[in-house]
Design a protein. Structure first.
Length: 139
């Protein structure tokens, strides 16, 4: 019998292995980018919920809080008084924040935030105790 002196893989075998590995890599990269966007949305949603709780707690003391309006394209890392101790997660951007106390527990509050890698924008409006939450898809 003849013995095959060529040791190694044929071209067809190599192409099959390369195609299988590339398909698996494509699936993994797609799942990784989806999970990254989801984590970014969750970080923004968490900061959104914290800001809602803080503004609700501060609205009872609205007589001592001055009016302020803040707008920033890229978003600040810290908010102005009375929210100056609130920190935002990495990548979360606050588009605007409006606080208009009208006295006697009434007032108007609105803010919007998003994560720079996320797909959702979170908006909150409140006027005289009635509030509206919005989640807007941005990508």
């Amino acid at each position: 019998m003849f013995k095959n002196k060529n040791k190694g893989f044929s071209l067809v075998e190599l192409l099959v292995v390369i195609s299988i590995v590339s398909i698996l890599a494509g699936i993994a990269i797609a799942n990784f980018s989806y999970m990254k966007r989801t984590a970014s949305n969750i970080a923004a949603q968490s900061d959104y919920a914290n800001l809602k709780k803080i503004t609700y707690a501060l609205s009872s003391d609205a007589n001592n809080i001055p009016f302020f309006f803040m707008f920033s394209k890229n978003g600040p890392r810290r908010l102005p008084y009375p929210l100056n101790n609130v920190g935002l997660s990495d990548g979360v951007r606050l588009s605007y924040f409006t606080w208009l106390p009208l006295g006697f527990g009434r007032g108007a509050i609105s803010f919007s935030l998003y994560h720079k890698n996320g797909t959702n924008r979170y908006r909150y409006y409140e006027f005289n105790g009635k509030s509206v939450d919005q989640v807007i898809r941005i990508h």
